[in-house]
Design a protein around this ligand. Structure first.
Ligand SMILES: CC(C)(COP(=O)(O)OP(=O)(O)OC[C@H]1O[C@@H](n2cnc3c(N)ncnc32)[C@H](O)[C@@H]1OP(=O)(O)O)[C@@H](O)C(=O)NCCC(=O)NCCSC(=O)c1cc(O)c2ccccc2c1O
Length: 344
């Protein structure tokens, strides 16, 4: 066999490292232990230049909305010197069930996170160790939705779902739910709370999270995103199973179904979620923005095209060609587009 030159050997080594870099660390559903990437796979030029994702603890500070109003049903925080916002549903005594007020506050916080250009990723989670969110507060259900301080009902969580879907920054559901109950452990992202995590871009689940729809058991259903996005995530047959039987699924089953991105031990949940945030924040915000709208576009019809089209306009405004049109208008002269190529 012909001897390989040193150059060929180096080239082969580089190819092996490149392939290794595309291997994703596997989380075993049974024991949820991370299989750590070998050092070799981190020895490429990207990692040499960028180094490891930092693992230091986040320092959170309480945030307010643009009018400085205090929140009652949620906790809104931003990481000091990092582009991460965290929104926590704060009704642990109701398993973080939401009422209209909760949803109004969530909408204000998400609006703020969208408008704050220092924020690049938003985490949505639930307070305490027992639930991410158990959906609409059934004690406040009326004949026309959910009512707290008003004389009419609302289904305003539907507006929140749309807001998360269209937010031009990734939203990560952090399912930190754990309930130590006698000798077994469980936690809940169910009903409208389950829909909220599905609408988020990514879901990182604790190993003891529990997922499911309850609607048909309590005389309710989400025939909007709760059905269509679920069908996309888990496939039409599983979606029917989830809705018709209204069973609960553990984190390993949810991962297998494609409902969540990864499952980690509860004690690592926030650390892992922050790591994902930091990895995202290293990347081009515009690339991520356009990718989010592109990934949604085909399912979102006119609204999806509008978001993707808006991103194209946003980028075009930053070009010399786009600027020539505006400048000519302001200067009251004819625009000269002749210098711009008509690309193949
Ligand atoms: C989540 C549970 C499985 C947890 O069970 P567990 O045994 O651990 O705890 P308890 O059941 O004892 O609950 C403790 C405490 O919390 C109260 N609580 C829990 N969830 C809710 C809730 N959703 N609403 C009101 N209160 C809740 C519970 O009553 C206890 O209070 P105490 O005073 O007794 O201590 C279990 O709690 C559970 O199954 N919860 C109900 C889940 C559910 O059915 N959610 C509603 C589904 S429908 C929905 O969410 C919905 C909302 C919308 O806005 C829509 C809009 C448009 C279309 C569809 C919508 C929709 O379907």
């Amino acid at each position: 066999m012909a001897q390989l030159s040193e150059k060929e050997l180096n080239s082969m080594r580089r190819r092996v490292v490149t392939v290794a870099n595309h291997l994703v660390p596997v989380i075993s559903s049974s024991n949820c232990e991370s299989i750590v990437l070998s050092n070799a796979s981190m020895n490429d030029s990207y990692h040499r230049i960028h180094g490891e994702v930092p693992t230091h603890d986040v320092v959170w500070r309480i945030a307010f909305d643009e009018s400085g109003k205090e929140f009652t049903d949620i906790i809104y925080e931003k990481a000091v010197d990092e582009g991460i916002a965290k929104i926590t549903i704060n009704r642990p005594e109701r398993r973080n069930a939401f009422r209209p007020q909760t949803v109004k506050e969530l909408i204000r916080a998400f609006n703020d996170a969208r408008d704050d250009s220092s924020v690049g990723v938003v985490i949505l989670t639930g307070k305490g160790t027992k639930a991410f969110c158990s959906g609409g507060d059934q004690a406040l259900r009326t004949t026309d939705g959910y009512a707290d301080y008003e004389n009419f009902g609302r289904l305003n969580v539907l507006d929140l779902q749309v807001q998360i879907r269209r937010l031009p920054k990734p939203v990560i559901a952090m399912d930190a739910c754990m309930l130590v109950y006698s000798s077994f452990i469980m936690g809940y992202a169910v009903g409208g709370g389950h829909v909220l995590h599905m609408v988020c871009d990514l879901t990182i689940a604790a190993d003891n999270a529990i997922f499911g729809q309850t609607g048909p058991k309590v005389g309710s259903f989400d025939a909007g995103y709760g059905s269509s996005i679920m069908s996309r995530l888990v496939g039409p047959k599983k979606a029917r199973e989830m809705w018709f039987l209204a069973r609960f699924y553990n984190a390993a089953e949810a991962e297998k179904m494609g409902l969540v991105n990864t499952v980690v031990p509860l004690e690592n949940l926030e650390r892992e979620t922050i790591k994902w945030c930091r990895e995202i924040l290293r990347n081009s915000p515009t690339a991520i923005r356009v990718l989010k709208s592109a990934l949604n576009a085909v399912d979102d019809g006119h609204a999806g095209l509008q978001a993707l089209g808006g991103d194209a306009t946003l980028i075009f405004y930053g070009t010399e060609e786009g600027n020539e049109g505006k400048t000519a208008y302001v200067d009251r002269r004819r625009p000269d587009f002749s210098k711009f190529p008509r690309r193949p």
